[in-house]
Design a protein around this ligand. Structure first.
Ligand SMILES: [Zn+2]
Length: 71
């Protein structure tokens, strides 16, 4: 089970669906991702491996909001 940096439990809140071209046995090998949220502090970790047998939290890097205004 995933743990937040605060020590709280991370539970899935959203899950990727199989693409329509992935069928049957292919689904066993397709690694879906899920979004998980901390039950204690509410922090959300996006696109974490759900089907991967590694079961390790992927490091989510900080991103900076792009300024898309055309001033
Ligand atoms: Zn937390």
């Amino acid at each position: 089970m995933f743990k937040c940096e605060c020590g709280g439990l991370l539970l899935p809140i959203a899950m990727e669906e199989f693409p329509s071209n992935i069928k049957g046995d292919e689904q066993l090998h397709y690694e879906r991702v899920c979004d998980v949220a901390c039950q204690d502090c509410g922090k959300v970790y996006y696109s974490q491996p759900y089907d991967s047998d590694k079961k390790q939290l992927r490091v989510v890097k900080e991103t900076k909001q792009l300024n898309l205004k055309n001033d």
